[in-house]
Design a protein around this ligand. Structure first.
Ligand code: UDX
Length: 437
């Protein structure tokens, strides 16, 4: 099938490559010429395991090309919209400028029978509005909403073998045709019996934001419990294991620590709250404000723990920060708790040296005031405290005996509760976790 993918960021670049890998003929389109140049050269502009491999093989097959010209979308039967919906400046709502611009620029190139498929995360009600815009243009194209659930770091796998597919389609025949086309696009997932929910636009839009709201709530729940654990002497890791054995609860997303970040969860729960308020149901999701507040409190908590642990004023201390990206296997530092902690400590006057296997370049662009090192050894040398804020394997594997010989004072704040506390203590460290005695 001939496919266009409009927007080649994290979502679009992976989607375009994966669709070509699955045998479709794909053109990836973005207005950012530099991004397109990099992708066309087989170099993704961000770190995503497995993406360079499928990008290279799809381009070599001749099934994948990139362009800055929206006119190149003409001739494709299915047009995926994968542009960003960031948080609006000065508000919690989603900024739909890119989605609206993508649809507007696509309209003149649509033909009878084409299907426009929204993948971006949008406030409920957006698809119905865009469907009317497409219908009014009179090309005979229709709209479906097919939310994307990919996780950074596992984006290729999540796109090629999703755990479920959701199609939000128009009522009647148009919806049936849209479903048939999408089933063709996702033929390999269909063959693998991937669960499929075919529904209306509003439900499809809400599935995405409510899934992210649930995940964010789960993380903030365990972080709130970790605050209680700190106050009562309980152990949050053992508590999470114990409640996680209940299948109704499940152990995943119950790791207490410095909290969630990235390009999705934080902005999605805020946009959801803003949209619910517009719908007159702000009270229904008021708890998400608390979820956000608990999450942001974890960053303050890690900073406060560091200040308290230091044996000297913070403005005279060297603090080693292990981690910058919002989670391992990613170079994404958008709303990263790790980078936030590093910046806050620097703001308090600490000499912050930070390291991360992938996140340095993006962090430096945003915060040139921090000192960055690609060497764990240099980062640790003469540190008055060490703060671990992203649980990369490289950091988990640090030998505490070796590390103790490098630092000035062996204090470690484990902001991800990921280290073996007993091993670090045995090597002479003061080990401090969140909700871990
Ligand atoms: C998320 C959703 O998982 C995905 O389905 C959606 O499509 C996009 O948003 P992603 O942003 O890639 O994906 O990251 P995710 O793996 O969900 O992690 C989000 C944040 O939560 C990270 O900062 C991570 O460190 C944190 N987290 C996760 C915790 O603090 N504790 C946990 O137990 C799990």
């Amino acid at each position: 099938m001939k496919i266009s993918v409009i927007g080649c960021g994290y979502l679009g670049a992976v989607h375009a490559s994966a669709m070509a890998e699955l045998g479709h003929e794909v053109v990836g389109i973005d207005i950012d010429a530099h991004k397109i140049e990099q992708l066309a050269a087989g170099k993704p502009p961000f770190y995503e395991p497995g993406l360079p491999e499928i990008l290279t093989s799809a381009m070599a097959s001749g099934r994948l090309r990139f362009s800055t010209e929206i006119a190149d979308a003409a001739g494709a039967r299915v047009h995926f919209i994968g542009v960003g919906t960031p948080q609006k400046a000065g508000s919690h709502a989603a900024d739909l400028t890119h989605v609206d611009a993508a649809i507007k620029s696509l309209l003149p190139h649509l033909a009878e029978g084409d299907l426009v498929v929204g993948k971006s995360t949008v406030p409920v009600g957006t698809a119905a509005r865009l469907a009317a815009v497409i219908e009014a243009a009179g090309s005979g194209a229709t709209l479906a909403w097919n939310p994307e659930f990919l996780r950074e770091g596992f984006a290729v796998k999540d796109t090629i073998s999703p755990d479920r597919l959701v199609y939000g389609v128009a009522p009647g025949e148009a919806g049936e045709q849209a479903t048939a086309l999408l089933n063709e696009v996702y033929a390999s997932a269909m063959a693998a019996q991937t669960p499929l929910i075919v529904t209306d636009y509003a439900t499809a839009e809400l599935v995405k934001v409510s899934a992210n709201a649930f995940l964010a709530t789960k993380i903030s729940f365990i972080n709130a419990m970790s605050e209680i654990a700190d106050a009562s002497g309980a152990n949050i890791s053992e508590l999470a294991d114990a409640i996680g054995f209940d299948n109704r609860i499940g152990r995943r997303f119950l790791n207490a620590g410095v909290g969630f970040g990235g390009g999705c969860l934080p902005k999605d729960i805020r946009a959801f709250t803003a949209r619910a308020e517009e719908l007159g149901r702000g009270d229904s999701v008021a708890f998400l404000k608390e979820v956000d507040a608990i999450n942001l409190r974890q960053r303050q908590r890690v900073v406060a723990m560091t200040l308290q642990a230091l044996d000297k004023p913070v403005y005279t201390a060297k603090v080693a920060v292990l981690g910058l990206s919002f989670k391992p296997h990613s170079d994404d530092v958008r709303d990263s708790p790790a980078l936030d902690v590093a910046v806050q400590l620097r703001g308090l006057g600490a000499d912050v040296v930070a390291t991360d296997p992938q996140g340095i370049e993006n962090s430096r662009l945003r915060h040139p005031q921090l000192t960055y090192s690609t060497s764990i050894e240099d980062t640790l040398r003469n540190a008055d405290a060490v703060v671990l804020v992203t649980e990369w394997a490289e950091f988990k594997q640090i030998d505490p005996v070796w590390a103790a010989t490098l630092v000035r004072v062996p204090i470690i704040i484990d902001g991800r509760n990921t280290l073996d506390a007993a091993a670090w203590r045995a090597a002479g460290w003061t080990y401090l976790g969140l909700g871990r005695p």
